[in-house]
Design a binder for this molecule. Structure first.
Ligand SMILES: *Cc1c(COP(=O)(O)O)cnc(C)c1O
Length: 400
């Protein structure tokens, strides 16, 4: 019989009842070090006192009023994000896919309003992930995810990642913009070279295209800067955010320059829950932590420490780990073809460590940004033990 909870996920048989920082405890008392953070989302860890207090206090005052009224918490959160980013204006929704839908609409609307309604196509990249709604599935372009859901939404093309010739030759009179993740997350923790982001910026300027960044996974401090594109010293025209933006409370956002945002007038876009007082109280509390002086430098330091440990691990287990990739605290262990990332993930669970599988046989580590060097060392130690489980003679142990 079908489970009451629709079986759209292959879930691990683990149920958590409590968390604190980078730790989680199951209902049956097992303790885990959480280097998955609910897929790069629990950015400041579990049960962060500042975040839980802000949510509890806001819930006790007023949770939801709708966007028919002013929402001071949303005005404040938007102003703070504007002050700390390239954007002049921010729209709030509830998820990454919804943020990308808004971003795609913003790109199309800009050209329609500036006399080029024929420009609606967006160039995306192989290995991308932009979400599970119909338009974001088309932007993702993964045949496996699209199968069975009818004709894909029109207006998305895919070119190879980090290939300027392919990108240039895909541009036509119908092209509206270029959409890319600064670090491909689901696709296999593949960082986009800074140089490629700079070249995309230049080609967008050359052809009057909009540069649209999907920072749903790479943003909110994950790479050691508030937004990953800041490493490349460029500014997009529009950007989507979600995952870590409210530390696990559902919130998504479209960030835009005024030249784009000015066309999203009343009636053009909306969301009933989007940016409600509770979500924005959570978003503000997360920003308090991430914007505190020294916090992002701390992320860079602990990330450098973790990378040293992981590179040592890769050197020690060349038959399991092919290499380390990613940026900051969005890290991928690229595994040898003989070792499956699913088995490695299960072996890590057996050692008390939570990770997330990604494409291209990569094991993804995306711990809360508040981890200590000692916790990074512990994760490396647990991965070392997991690697030992993966050596051919003992591979069966992990499969138990
Ligand atoms: C997770 C993710 C999404 C989709 O976010 P949802 O909140 O699941 O809709 C979109 N883009 C990127 C880069 C993501 O990592």
């Amino acid at each position: 019989m079908i489970p009451a909870l629709m079986p759209t996920y292959n879930r691990a048989d683990l149920a958590f009842e409590r968390g604190e920082g980078a730790r989680l405890w199951t209902v049956d008392g097992r303790r885990f070090l959480d280097f998955g953070a609910g897929i790069a989302t629990s950015s400041i860890g579990h049960a962060h006192p500042h975040l839980t207090k802000a949510i509890a206090e806001q819930a006790a005052r007023v949770m939801h009023v709708s966007n028919l009224y002013r929402i001071p918490e949303a005005e404040r959160l938007a102003a703070r994000h504007v002050e700390n980013s390239f954007a002049d204006s921010v729209f709030f929704g509830n998820s990454g896919a919804e943020a990308n839908e808004g971003m795609i609409k913003a790109v199309r609307k800009y050209h329609a309003e500036t006399g080029h309604p024929e420009r609606y196509e967006i160039i995306c990249f192989e290995g991308a992930f932009h979400g599970r709604t119909l338009a974001t599935l088309a932007a993702t372009g993964n045949e496996k995810y699209l199968a069975g859901f009818g004709p894909p939404v029109d207006g998305f093309q895919h070119v190879p990642f980090d290939n300027m010739n392919a990108l240039r030759s895909a541009i036509s009179e119908k092209t509206a913009g270029i959409m890319i993740e600064p670090v491909q997350g689901e696709g296999g923790v593949r960082p986009c070279p800074d140089r490629f982001l700079q070249e995309i910026r230049a080609v967008c300027d050359e052809y009057g295209l909009l540069m649209a960044l999907d920072e749903v996974q790479s943003g909110m401090g994950r790479t050691g800067k508030l937004w990953a594109h800041q490493w490349a010293g460029i500014e997009p025209d529009v950007m989507s955010a979600a995952k870590g933006i409210a530390g696990g409370f559902p919130l998504g956002a479209v960030f835009a320059k005024e030249k784009v945002a000015q066309y999203l007038k009343p009636g053009t876009h909306g969301s009933t829950y989007g940016g409600n007082p509770l979500a924005c109280a959570a978003g503000n509390a997360v920003l308090d932590v991430i914007l505190a002086p020294g916090f992002l430098e701390g992320v860079q330091r602990v990330a450098a420490h973790l990378w040293r440990g992981l590179e040592g691990l890769a050197a020690k287990h060349p038959s399991v780990v092919e290499g380390v990739r990613g940026r900051g605290l969005l890290v991928g262990l690229k595994l040898k073809p003989e070792v499956s990332n699913g088995d490695m993930q299960a072996a890590a669970v057996a050692e008390g460590l939570l990770t997330v599988a990604a494409g291209m046989n990569v094991l993804r580590l995306a711990p809360p940004l508040i981890i200590t060097e000692a916790e990074a060392d512990e994760a490396v130690e647990l991965l070392d033990r997991a690697c030992r489980r993966m050596t051919p003679s003992t591979a069966k142990v992990a499969a138990q």
